[in-house]
Design a protein around this ligand. Sequence first.
Ligand code: T4K
Length: 389
Amino acid sequence: MKHFESRSDLALLGAPPAFPEPLHVGRPNMGSQETFLSYMNDIFNRRWLSNNGPLVQEFERLLAEFLGVKHCVAMCNGTVALEIAIRALELKGEVIMPSYTFVATAHALQWQEITPVFADIDPNTHNLDPEAVLRMITPKTTGIIGVHLWGRSCPVDDLQAIANDYGLKLMFDAAHAFGCSYKGEMIGGFGECEVLSFHATKFFNTFEGGAVVTSNDDLARKMRLMKNFGFSGYDNVIYPGTNGKMTEIAAAMGLVNLDAIGEFVEANRRNHERYSMQLNEIPGVSVLAYDGREHNNYQYVVVEVSDELPVSRDEIIHALHAENVLARRYFWPGCHNMQPYKAFYPNAGVMLPNTKAVADRVIVLPTGITLPESAIDVVASVMRLLTSQ
Ligand code: T4K
């Protein structure tokens, strides 16, 4: 009878899932609806919807202040922000980055006919391994993009030392790391610039949105031109550009959510703690920890499962989905296994053993302000049952 005790088996036998509605990874955190609606009224009355409106300006000012940088250049999403930052830095040839990231990091290079060169990660941190970065440098390398995966910082100092030694430009994809710190300093001020995503699924969202933050005046000026078709005043285009502008409605959401980030962090921290307490007790299962000495947003609950368990990672995910807990396999199978990279570099995996090992054992679980505590208990009981078979 034992295996019929498992909720996943009951689900297979037609029992209803544990939750009537799916519990998503990336369910948006949202601040005050009332304040948002009052911003909407202002926007309607002002009839100023985009193109560097007053809410975008206020949003940029508050963000730069919060992160301790001189400039925040708000954009329509994180991917365009990456593209613009890469172009403004004049990266070309080859740029080293991890394969273990969301594919947007690689696409932002490839879109501009720059070759992403995938370096392996440290299996303990899931971030770029500086030794692996050194192995991938060639005469064509012009830059490094570090990704602060899960909001846990890259080895910033080591990467900066490599960049200095080899005359490379270093920038960061900080899409996950809003509100996080490295050695006590807010992420945002490292490298030439750092790129944020405010997508709906991120810790802090503006529906869709992103920004490049930097303290470099020239770089910021260039990116402001680039995100607005290169316009400098009416009828005067002085630079090639694109449309990367943030709208007023996005900035309004950002202002509302900025007021609520304390609440978001606290909910995520509580969820992370409850997951850790329950899941870390299961042999072969561990929850990735955050460094308590740093600021963290705890947005990703990342679980690693041993390949010695009686069930596979994918079977666990399947069982959780049967309970309406829509756990994810971020960032499986790694960018190098996605197109066009897989076709371009079919042997890239040879240099990426840690990327494969980590991508094969990670499960990302739902969190955020809307997650019921009972979801954590259900996840834990499903995993306990499956792993004890
Ligand atoms: N660099 C890194 C390291 C990134 O992680 C990302 C984005 C970027 C760059 C690019 O930034 P953006 O250009 O996106 O600003 C999602 C997000 O679309 C993506 O923004 C994010 N990373 C990535 C990690 O996750 P998918 O393909 O997993 O999205 P999807 O549609 O499956 O949604 C995830 C879950 O969220 C679903 O289960 C449903 C839920 N959801 C989603 C939305 C949009 C909601 O509950 N409400 C919503 O409004 O990529």
